[in-house]
Design a protein around this ligand. Structure first.
Ligand code: OAD
Length: 237
């Protein structure tokens, strides 16, 4: 067991696209419909708490209507052969529902809520159901307004150090469905060792910012099938 190679996945909105969740920056993506500064920045929250809370209330509700796709499921399949860690920028729970055993959320989770004053204080973070609606006036354990447990632009990424450590132990690093437009997540590939092979699964071009990667230019499900074939062929040789 201990000798299993370690595969680390960095996933983004593209892996959940085939489940019916909009990406952010593609044509018709979420940030075309909702200004990112309004609903995904700490400044936007300061300006209009209710609008931001309602946006995430409706995203949370929508989660109940979607299912993990083959992209999520094939990552779990790899656990038969490899030690697998998933670092995700996604706030959905589709990696959890697919059955991945080691998941690190970089940008928070829709199914958790926290406090406005101390968003990273464990005592203030609690799990909620898909139909939970945060209301203005709901108080967290520290007495401040409850808010979504989402890392907004303008806030530090609490799991960054943990994610960087995971990346440094990767034998294989796979980037699935992220435009690598958002930092510090886009920097994590540089935490891998120089000889760690890097794969990208994405139907579109992705800026590689100076690292070398094998690009499987397909959607998440088809791309993951191809990756599995490639990796398992190498394993069996
Ligand atoms: P983006 O919307 O920026 O990028 C989505 C990526 O998925 C693009 O590279 C697409 O080409 C790719 N894609 C589209 N369809 C796909 C499919 N079927 N299979 C695989 N890939 C596909 O989303 P992220 O990179 O995840 O943060 O965005 C990063 C962060 O920006 C998000 O976590 C969010 C956002 O602002 C916060 O809200 C804090």
């Amino acid at each position: 067991m201990e000798n299993k190679k370690h595969i680390v996945f960095l996933t983004g909105a593209g892996i959940s696209a085939e489940s019916g969740i909009s990406t952010f920056r593609d044509a018709d993506g979420l940030w075309e419909k909702y200004p990112v500064k309004q609903v995904a920045s700490i400044q936007g929250y300061r300006e209009d708490r209710e609008l931001v809370i309602d946006f995430y209330n409706s995203m949370r509700k929508n989660l109940a209507n979607v299912e993990p796709n083959d992209g999520h499921k094939l990552i779990v399949e790899l656990e038969k052969h490899f030690k697998v860690s998933v670092i995700t920028q996604n706030v959905d729970d589709l990696h959890e529902r697919a059955g991945s055993s080691d998941i690190t959320h970089l940008h928070g989770e829709l199914l958790k809520i926290t406090s406005t004053r101390n968003p990273n204080d464990e005592k203030c973070i609690r799990k909620v159901n898909y139909d939970h609606e945060i209301k203005i006036g709901d108080k967290a354990a520290d007495g401040s307004q409850e808010r979504p447990f989402i890392v907004w632009f303008g806030e530090a990424v609490p799991n960054l150090k943990k994610a960087a450590e995971i990346c440094s132990t990767a034998d294989i690093f796979v980037i699935v469905g992220t435009s690598l437009a958002v930092y510090p997540a886009a920097m994590l590939v540089f935490e891998t060792q120089v000889d760690t092979p890097v794969y990208i699964i994405d139907p579109n071009d992705v800026p590689v910012n100076g690292f070398v990667a094998t690009h499987i230019k397909k959607g998440a499900s088809e791309g993951m099938k191809e990756l599995l074939e490639r990796l398992l062929n190498v394993e069996n040789q």
